[in-house]
Design a protein around this ligand. Structure first.
Ligand SMILES: C[S@@+](CC[C@H](N)C(=O)[O-])C[C@H]1O[C@@H](n2cnc3c(N)ncnc32)[C@H](O)[C@@H]1O
Length: 243
């Protein structure tokens, strides 16, 4: 495992910059495209992940962070369960602006902060739960990302990584491959005006480790217990790691 490698990026810094700029360009259309290109399945993926981690929010004084929060859907779903602020962080300012509008529309005041997931401005052992939905794959260094997750989690804390993965069925895999490499860049490019963002999406998914490999990297990084659930025929996986 290394990290994401967008076109033309020859260093971790360049990869990070490319990813941040790209999300900045699509922020205004991000939610619409998510729902459109996933046939609304993205809502179900996030809600299943939130269902799975919700019990952690009932721990007394539980503190939770939604990492790579983007426009804030997981953050808001976590808050609905907890009825107390959940932190959200992202390194892309326009995505945080979208999140802040959504939070304000619901009359909430969730604390958001702009930060790279590889260097969080948080104390060691300060969080009971850290979620990362469709963000982890974009990190420039996955090992560093896992290290940082472990650092900020309290002992007994849980990291929940919801990410695209590999379909397990060959026929579904072939359809998914066609859709993601042919249809998705075309529709995504047209609606967002940024074709490179939606060409990067399937490429980054193909390069991202499969579910078993990610679980094994989480164990190697130091998570004491790791579990994963596949969703939608393996197209998405939720990994949980306990510190
Ligand atoms: C595909 S979006 C997912 C947003 C949201 N979690 C969701 O479920 O829709 C990925 C997000 O991760 C953020 N991101 C990627 N790399 C990051 C990093 N190194 N540090 C912080 N945020 C990062 C991007 O800015 C973007 O908002």
């Amino acid at each position: 495992m290394t990290g994401t490698t967008p076109p033309g990026a020859t260093s971790e810094q360049a990869a990070s910059r490319w990813v941040r700029d790209m999300f900045g360009r699509v922020a205004g259309r991000y939610d619409l495209l998510n729902h459109l290109l996933s046939f609304n399945l993205d809502k179900r993926w996030r809600s299943r992940a939130v269902d799975r981690v919700a019990p952690i929010l009932t721990r007394p004084g539980a503190r939770a962070l939604d990492l790579c929060c983007g426009t804030g859907d997981v953050l808001l779903a976590l808050e609905a369960r907890r009825r107390a602020p959940v932190f959200g962080s992202d390194f892309c300012h326009p995505m945080l602006v979208e999140a802040s509008h959504k939070i304000a529309r619901r009359g909430l005041s969730s604390p958001l902060f702009e930060s790279d997931a590889l260097a969080l401005p948080l104390a060691d052992a300060s969080m009971d739960l850290v979620t990362a939905a469709f963000g982890f794959r974009n990190l420039a260094n996955y090992e560093k990302g896992l290290e940082e997750l472990l650092r900020v989690l309290k002992p007994g804390g849980v990291a929940a990584i919801l990410e695209f993965s590999r379909p397990t069925n060959r026929i579904f895999g072939a359809f998914y491959g066609f859709f993601s490499t042919r249809v998705l860049p075309w529709v995504g490019g047209m609606v967002s005006g940024s074709r490179d963002a939606y060409t990067y999406l399937p490429e980054s998914i193909q390069k991202f480790p499969g579910a078993e490999e990610l679980a094994s990297s989480m164990r190697t990084a130091g998570f004491s217990r790791v579990e994963f659930d596949r969703m939608t025929g393996g197209a998405v996986a939720l990994h949980l790691g306990w510190k």
